[in-house]
Design a protein around this ligand. Sequence first.
Ligand SMILES: [Zn+2]
Length: 389
Amino acid sequence: MEEMRPRLRAGILLLRRAGGATYTTSPDVTRSFRLDDEDGSWNALLSLADGTRSVAEIAAAMAASGLGRSESDVREAIEAGVAAGLLVDASGEAPAAAHDALGLYLESVVATPGARGDRLRQRLRGARVLVLGAGGIGSWVALGLAMSGVGEIVAVDPDVVEARNLTRQPYPQRMIGRRKIEALGRLVRERAPAARVTGVDLRVDGPDDLGALLDGVTCVVCCADEPDPEATALTVARACVPRAIPHVAASYAGTVVRAGPFWTPPVRGRRYPCPGCLAAEGRRAAPRPDDVDPDLVAARRAAGATWPTSVVQAQIAGALAISDVLLLAAGRAPAMRGRSLVFDPARARLISRRIRFDAECGGCMIQVVNGSGRRPVAGRPNVVEGGAR
Ligand SMILES: [Zn+2]
């Protein structure tokens, strides 16, 4: 308490009303406080608590204001403010931290008492995120995470930059013909020199291909679309669930963006569906051969982009994934846990829906049914007995 320099938690707005009440509320109005304040003491105290004054200095300023509040009144009020999540301790914050928009953003969305922007940014610096795919979505995801201070990014992609990519991927024209992982490494280093980027030149065909890359990973973002987004989402789920690694998938088709669900290990016994559950549902709705013909894939690649799409879809899909990775890395539950977002910006349609466990999912269903965390057999649908829908 002696060393403390209280300030309002980020996201809290102070609204003063005539008639003796002080209202504080968060911008999203998920929490609000009403402080009875007939003599204006709270107003005065909260105005003084700007992170630059110690508790003793606030008490002295309050005494000088003639409001008749004793030092013990002030200490009691500050303790109550901290306990309510209204005030945080700014001692030890770099002077610039109070003006660090990203730190304040994290503080505001994590929104637990004591959560402080500079410490949350520290957590991001300790995070290691594997981004599968460095194309339309993955390139923006890697860039956005690095710009947000995520410490390490592992990007996995076997492709080279092609002229047809440039309408929706951030690569400059001079990088046509270079490996995407190499081009991405350069872009990230220019924007965020503190981020460590590792590029892996690898085509992931099954969960075993990812195995060695998953050690020490905070989470995985699946942005790869070959052979198709559903198949890659299933592959990632099958690799990540047995290792208890959080993961999310993001994709687009035509004008429509799809992101989520974000899988995390069970919390207090509650399990969550994985991207594989949504993928299994999608594959059932539009059946395709289990073994995708490699010649067909090659022919499709040679023919150019199959879907009419744009940088809009790539950036929205990427941004939705970035948002949840930042929440997870900062210590909050991802917003898309158990949910998927489908957004068509060309028609202003947005659907947020709860995802159900799918009995044909080869990812999380293994755990759901036998609880053993047994590693599923790669490349073969897992037979699930009894289904847990
Ligand atoms: Zn699943």
